[in-house]
Design a protein around this ligand. Structure first.
Ligand code: AMP
Ligand code: MG
Length: 328
């Protein structure tokens, strides 16, 4: 049996399959079976108040499990397959929601997405069931962008890992909530906010980095995306420079274009926008070694994918502030 068939059979029978998407690697299980979805929470050590995103091979299938209004259809038609999650009302069947409470953390809405990755789409097509899939990493740690990252983090807790090479986008999906009158950006991600606003013809409400209401977007806990080496973030290169001096250069610098003339162990030029996004998590993992002592990152401007990169760096840094921010 080929690996894809084995993977889809595993999913159908309630197993856990890690698979590549264009954003990050996902840890998949049937979303319509609570006992299957429960294995995701166990494997990741993820708190049950953090809802899962449900994946489909196309819009058509997604409409059986979530209620699409005109706005949702427009966004889906333009941006799917792609790094966009829509939060929509759950569909009902004989008075019971089709997607169980465990997956949505008891919310009446569900996050749905069609990933833009050929292996993922083929897997979802063959499995022919809705697949809940958060990032395939222990809760709170940096998301995986290669199959090797998944092996390192979850290894034997997963029934099978599909290897599709490195992820093309590198940060998680952009999440838009369409349950209310006004569309809201719940999480900046791999699809630029500007493109969404252009299609919607109105600005997205966005709370920025404000701590989220638990039941609203609980994955936005500030302890997310954290490596073990402390990360510090800067808007202004001169402040970063002063901090590097104070550390006597015992730090690694991250920036879009590279920083010169600052004492450091290494200065990494990540490239702009999508380039910084695509290598961000792999770079944080590579630097996650005590010899690097500290990571000082210069934040990109909040445009395009810069908004998502800022968000992830902010969380990587925030989680260092103390015990009030547990690292799962
Ligand atoms: P991930 O960990 O990348 O799978 O992303 C899951 C995140 O999507 C959650 O932590 C929430 O922030 C968000 N999410 C999923 N479903 C919902 C929902 N029904 N309402 C609001 N946010 C959701
Ligand atoms: Mg995650």
């Amino acid at each position: 049996m080929d690996t894809l068939n084995q993977a889809s059979e595993l999913l159908r029978s309630g197993g856990l399959v890690a698979f590549p998407t264009e954003t990050v690697y996902g840890l998949g299980a049937r979303a319509d079976r609570p006992e299957a979805a429960a294995r995701i929470f166990q494997a990741k050590n993820r708190p049950s108040f953090d809802p899962l995103i449900v994946h489909f091979p196309d819009l058509e299938l997604a409409t059986r499990w979530a209620v699409f209004d005109d706005r949702a259809r427009r966004l889906a038609r333009r941006f799917w397959p792609g790094p966009l999650t829509l939060v929509l009302p759950r569909t009902m069947h004989e008075g019971t929601p089709r997607i169980p409470d465990l997956v949505t953390s008891g919310l009446d809405s569900v996050g749905v997405r069609v990933p833009d990755q050929p292996l993922a789409l083929e897997l979802l097509r063959r499995a022919d069931v809705p697949v809940a899939a958060p990032s395939a990493n222990p809760f709170g740690y940096v998301s995986p962008t290669t199959a090797e990252h998944v092996r390192q983090g979850l290894g034997s807790r997963v029934d099978l890992i599909l290897d599709g090479g490195p992820c093309a986008v590198g940060v998680e999906s952009t999440i838009v909530d369409l349950c209310g009158d006004h569309p809201r950006l719940l999480r900046p991600g791999g699809l630029a906010r500007e493109l969404l606003e252009d299609e919607l013809g109105c600005p997205l409400e966005y709370g920025g980095f404000a701590p989220p209401v638990r039941t609203e977007a609980p994955g936005m806990l500030e302890s997310h995306y954290a490596p073990g080496v402390p990360v510090e973030i800067f808007e202004d290169p001169s402040h970063l420079h002063a901090r590097a001096n104070a550390l006597h250069g015992r730090c690694v610098l991250l920036s879009e274009r590279g920083l010169e003339g600052i004492p450091c162990l290494d200065s990494i030029a990540m490239g702009e926008g999508p380039a910084m996004a695509v290598s961000l998590f792999a770079t944080l993992r590579r630097l996650d070694n005590p010899v690097h002592e500290r990571i000082l990152a210069l934040l990109p401007a909040p445009q395009g994918l810069g908004l998502a990169v800022r968000d992830r760096l902010f969380r990587a840094a925030k989680s260092r502030l103390g015990a009030a921010h547990p690292i799962g």
